[in-house]
Write a protein that binds this ligand. Structure first.
Ligand SMILES: *Cc1c(COP(=O)(O)O)cnc(C)c1O
Length: 387
């Protein structure tokens, strides 16, 4: 972890100048308004001509949401950000706004499932062509380029097997080809990875995960070049209407205040638990980019300054047995999603044909609990499975 980089982010989440428009209120008030009224027609018309930035109607701009957007743009070093009702609303609105019939997309094979499903819909209904690549080598993207390639969709690392794409290399080859790049940065957060500084055009987020941080709200964002975010606003945000509500923006802002602090904890605890599992005789492999054993660890060190605490491990033990193992755990709860305070576990069956003979993959989210307690919890669970 680079302390200097992270400390500069602490300033962004913690510091605001006094805002006299809000009586100096230290947290942004919730503008629970559908519309904003005007004294005279001239100012109404001026505002309506700039509805992307000036509050006219909350499906366009709302001050509480705009406050969060400005913070996210600063954290990702992007020109502009837009918040949405969910990560999927941000992703689908972005793809819907930027893609046309006949365009070609290159997408990472292991990208978030609903993202791939949306691309499948776009290909079946609207004739958008999609090529999936493993993504671990930048050459695969170069080889998949076509004259009609419009966009490359990345997610680094992926969130089941935690494979990386070389963001700088893919951004550079996309630039040369005049192709847009979009990267899902939910796992690393801007605390540990800033794809826009590596040449990526747009970053998308599920804010429901680490940014919210408290497992109590759903939201998403797109951050990046002002012209592209503007296009997504007019064709995706306003028309599809998957906007973030002001109450949600307020909760997200509350989460954001402690994001770097929580990420420091998640980084350390996640690595501690991953290192424990790596030493366990029943574990065939741990998929965590922060471990020296990860096949892309050198790349991870070049483009990540720290690590999220969502990772997976593989074992020769079958999935049914590992589901019992998961049920035996006291500190890990069985559930989807991640990024909150609480540790989570899910079990996935593998075909057993991997080179390591792994029969199941267990995805763990390491929350805010004492990592030693989490390790003791797992030690106890392994005993019940073996016994
Ligand atoms: C959860 C998730 C999403 C979707 O976000 P929602 O807020 O659930 O719509 C997208 N990408 C990744 C990597 C995710 O984990």
């Amino acid at each position: 972890m680079s302390d200097k980089h992270l400390l500069s982010l602490y300033n962004i989440v913690a510091h605001d100048s006094v805002d006299a428009r809000h009586h100096g209120a230290v947290s942004m008030p919730v503008y629970q308004n559908s519309l904003f009224a005007f004294d005279d027609y001239a100012s109404f018309e001026r505002a309506a001509a700039d509805e992307q930035f000036v509050p006219v109607y909350s499906r366009g701009a709302n001050p509480t949401v705009a406050y969060l957007e400005a913070k996210l743009a600063a954290l990702e070093r992007g020109e502009r950000a837009r918040c949405f009702a969910s990560g999927m609303a941000a992703i689908s609105s972005t793809l819907h706004a930027l893609l046309h019939t006949g365009d070609h997309v290159i997408c990472v094979e292991q990208a978030y499932g609903p993202t791939r499903q949306f691309l499948k819909e776009m290909s079946e209904r609207y004739g958008v062509e999609v090529t999936y690549v493993d993504g671990r080598s930048a050459d695969e993207f170069a080889a998949a380029l076509r004259p009609n390639t419009r966009l490359i969709y990345l997610e680094s690392p992926t969130s089941i097997r935690f494979q990386l794409q070389d963001l700088r290399a893919v951004a550079a080859l996309a630039r040369r080809a005049g192709v847009l790049t979009v990267a899902d940065n939910s796992w690393a957060t801007p605390c540990f990875q800033q794809p826009l500084t590596m040449g990526i055009d747009l970053v998308v987020h599920s804010l429901s995960k680490y940014v919210s941080g408290h497992s109590d709200c759903i939201g998403g964002a797109v951050v990046g070049r002002a012209d592209l975010v503007g296009e997504i606003f007019s064709k995706g945000y306003m028309l599809l209407g998957g906007i973030m509500a002001p109450q949600t923006a307020s909760l997200m802002t509350r989460g954001l205040r402690t994001l770097p602090l929580r990420m420091e904890r998640h980084h350390r605890s996640g690595l501690a638990v991953a290192e424990y599992l790596e030493r366990h005789p029943r574990v065939t492999r741990v998929n965590h980019p922060g471990l020296a054993s990860h096949p892309q660890h050198e790349l991870a060190k070049r483009q990540l300054s720290g690590y999220g605490s969502l990772f997976s491990f593989e074992t020769e033990t079958d999935a049914d047995t590992m589901k019992k193992w998961a049920e035996t755990l006291n500190y890990f709860r069985i559930g989807v999603s991640w990024g909150g305070f609480e540790s989570l576990v899910t079990v996935h069956a593998l075909d057993g044909n991997t080179d390591r003979g792994s029969r199941s993959l267990i995805r763990l989210f390491v929350g805010m609990e004492d990592p030693d307690t989490l390790i003791e919890d797992m030690e106890r669970a392994w005993k019940t499975v073996q016994g």
